[in-house]
Design a binder for this molecule. Sequence first.
Ligand SMILES: Cc1cc2nc3c(=O)[nH]c(=O)nc-3n(C[C@H](O)[C@H](O)[C@H](O)COP(=O)(O)OP(=O)(O)OC[C@H]3O[C@@H](n4cnc5c(N)ncnc54)[C@H](O)[C@@H]3O)c2cc1C
Length: 290
Amino acid sequence: MIPASFDYVRPQSLEDALAQLGEHGDDARVLAGGHSLLPVMKARLADPGVLVDIAGIDGLSGISESEDGITIGAMTTHAEIEASASVQGRCRSLAEAAAAIGDVQVRNRGTLGGSLAHADPAADYPAVILAANAEITVAGADGERVIAADDFFTGTYETALGAGEIITSVRIRASAARGSSAYLKAAQQASGFAVCGVAARIALDADGAVERIRVGVTGVAESAYRATSVEDALTGAAPSAESIRKAAATAGEGVDALDDFYAGADFRRHLAGVYAARAIGKAWIRAAGE
Ligand SMILES: Cc1cc2nc3c(=O)[nH]c(=O)nc-3n(C[C@H](O)[C@H](O)[C@H](O)COP(=O)(O)OP(=O)(O)OC[C@H]3O[C@@H](n4cnc5c(N)ncnc54)[C@H](O)[C@@H]3O)c2cc1C
């Protein structure tokens, strides 16, 4: 399929990119890896008049590590995230989510910022971003602001990004000393997207009780969400396989689940419980052993 015709610009600075977006308004779209935007344009579900390619802008790509966390540029590809020792060491679930995305071609071109901005309800990163309590830095005409993960995903293909704003980076705090994370998904066999994906991030205290836990779920509802009932049930107590299974079973409870020919709503809610138990169990074992 062929998209409608469009103009293409490749600014060399963030300021120029923001100016292009400001000048063309609703008619312009940011182009990152193009692995979500171009299929949508080919299907004629979007027909922007101008694509503002941000690949030429210095400083939007790469992973930097500090004592308390990592900062990942928006243009960093899934493959770079998957292969990064910093990401594997500081937020293992993010490396696991990156590795689970599509195929090699998609992972070599697709970017973290593009995936977050696209906000596909079946995308992998949103579960991890929620579980990791990440901070998303965006630049716009009025300067820079930071959006908390909990506020970022507002609906199906909808985010808290304002008109003309560009995601520049994502900041994730390192796992606690006795902490770790895990991401697991049930993939749609044809597309690889998540029918259900769960990220868990856990921090244990000196006695092995759960000090903090966050659980993000993607693929199940119209937008990724936190399974707060699971988090509440496990916080403060020493976990066991049984307590994790029991708490995790509520991960899909009361959720207005997606329902399609591939997976019905009840099945998706069931998967949320099963994958929450598996992801939490994996994160817990890693945290206790690391
Ligand atoms: C065959 C195939 C399989 C896939 N499988 C999976 C999968 O299993 N799991 C999964 O999670 N994803 C999957 N994807 C999607 C893939 O991860 C995309 O790379 C990603 O969703 C979009 O990233 P991108 O860099 O390609 O963004 P683009 O396609 O360039 O842009 C996507 C949207 O984000 C906007 N945008 C891009 N960057 C920014 C930015 N920095 N700031 C503001 N707005 C921005 C664009 O304007 C556009 O609206 C798949 C895609 C394909 C083609």
